[in-house]
Write a new protein. Structure first.
Length: 443
């Protein structure tokens, strides 16, 4: 295990510990640092995807096998980011690799209906209770934009309720007060899991309200599960208000074979998905009630038009279909999520054992480590957290051979097994043993 040498016998504080860890990372990953600097000459800050930036610089990866990735400096890491949940199948699944090859050999960019898209749509409709019909697009962001725009066009109303600190895509980002780049829709914000406050807001907007959009577990918002009563209230109140309930399962559909909405028994009007369903290629889909989706039938008068050059691209369709029908079995999904439950509980137990404030929240294969004593039930409870603790944890875990998201999020993949979970818990224990004195203590 790598203990930070600056700690040896010296009286330092958290900032100095972070600085020393970052310096150690820079030394171990000199080629990544050089690559990052070079990238910054043409990409702003060397970056083309905000979530991938962290201090002191993001490591460049050269490849992956199973649940492991390799860095440019030749270091192997256990991948616990799993492409922010899209990497469900790991990096080298043979079935998916063969599907990509079949698609490429058959010719790409065909520009007509292909032989895969309808079969894939049928599989999604068969599996997920929230889909009577589905349409494909290219990303989760696009799926949510289409769902929101559909709700507004269908109801003839403008307003949308979203959850404070929620994330539904690059132009639908509501963390820390939102983004100036967000879509100019009139959003109102509810507090996740606040049943009475959200009910009042829905009733208040009533005739102006087109839709309520939320995740059945906040993903980027901190892996905070919804109370079943909260979802039931939104289902009931949106129906009463004549507004649509949109569930965003771009991240959470991996948490149960039938999607999280299927596991919880909630059927929204519109349901969005993405990420792993493209088998590793870009993907998004939106669907739901047949009477709503059939408005997109181009043979009907007054149909909604929905374009997208790559909506049915053969790579996403073929790899997505292969993964969904041949790799993502019910047994595999259950096993991965059971391992996630064990890991999440193990993380919380390790913090307790070392007397350090911290816990992991989430469900199954998605979780988030928080430096807070008790699991938060709504994102506002995370406001007071000292994010420097997660900065240190992130860099120190990289130094110990584990890639987790800088914000403490973890997403498992199917190849990730018991041995990797045990190794991570041992590394976390070591981290807390070394750095415990600089972190908030349990009383
Ligand atoms: C809940 C949720 N919705 C939508 C998106 C956007 O998906 P994409 O990155 O494919 O546009 C994400 C991405 O992380 C997400 O977590």
């Amino acid at each position: 295990m790598t203990a930070n040498s600056v700690l040896d016998g010296r009286n330092i504080d958290l900032d100095a510990a972070i600085e020393a860890s970052r310096a150690q990372l820079a030394t171990a990953h000199a080629l990544s640092l050089a690559r990052h600097r070079e990238a910054a000459t043409s990409l702003p800050g060397g970056n083309t995807r905000a979530v991938l930036f962290y201090h002191p610089f993001p490591l460049t990866f050269t490849g992956g096998q199973g649940c492991r990735v390799s860095t440019l400096d030749g270091v192997e890491l256990i991948d616990m980011v799993s492409e922010y949940s899209a990497g469900l199948y790991g990096h080298s699944d043979a079935t998916i690799a063969a599907a990509f090859k079949t698609a490429i050999d058959g010719g790409v960019a065909l520009g007509a209906p292909n032989t895969v898209e309808a079969d894939y749509a049928a599989e999604l409709v068969k599996c997920f209770p929230g889909y009577e019909r589905v349409r494909f697009c290219n990303s989760g962001t696009e799926a949510n934009i289409m769902a929101l725009s559909t709700a507004r066009a269908l109801t003839g109303r403008k307003k949308i309720i979203a959850m404070a600190e929620g994330y539904h895509g690059g132009v639908l980002t509501f963390a820390h007060g939102g983004s100036p780049l967000n879509l100019p829709f009139p959003f109102s914000f509810a507090t996740y899991n606040d049943i009475e406050g959200t009910r009042a807001l829905i009733r208040d907007l009533a005739d102006d309200l087109a839709a309520v959009i939320l995740e059945p577990m906040m993903g980027a918002g901190g892996c905070i599960p919804a109370e079943p009563a909260f979802l039931a209230m939104i289902r009931e109140e949106t129906a009463a208000a004549g507004a649509l309930m949109i569930l965003d399962e771009v991240m959470t559909s991996r948490l149960h074979y039938r999607g999280l909405h299927g596991a919880l028994g909630v059927t929204p009007d519109l349901l969005t998905m993405g990420k792993y369903l493209g088998g590793g290629a870009s993907f998004g889909c939106f669907g739901g009630r047949a009477d709503i989706l059939d408005r997109f039938d181009p043979s009907r008068a007054g149909a909604f038009s929905h374009g997208g050059t790559f909506n049915n691209n053969i790579l996403s369709m073929t790899a997505g279909m292969a993964g969904f029908t041949r790799v993502r079995t019910e047994e595999a999904v259950d096993k991965m999520n059971a391992l996630g439950d064990r890991l999440r509980e193990g993380i919380t137990a390790t913090f307790r054992h070392r007397g350090v404030v911290g816990c992991a929240t989430g469900r199954g294969s998605l979780m988030n480590i928080h430096v807070i004593a008790e699991p938060p039930t709504t994102p506002a409870m995370l406001d007071a957290i000292d994010t420097r603790c997660l900065d240190l944890l992130h860099v120190e875990m990289l130094l110990r051979g584990f890639y987790i998201a800088p914000r403490g999020m973890i997403a498992l993949s199917l190849p990730y097994g018991e041995a990797e979970a045990d190794a991570f818990l041992a590394a976390l224990d070591d981290f807390l043993a070394v750095y415990g004195p600089y972190l908030p203590r349990r009383h």
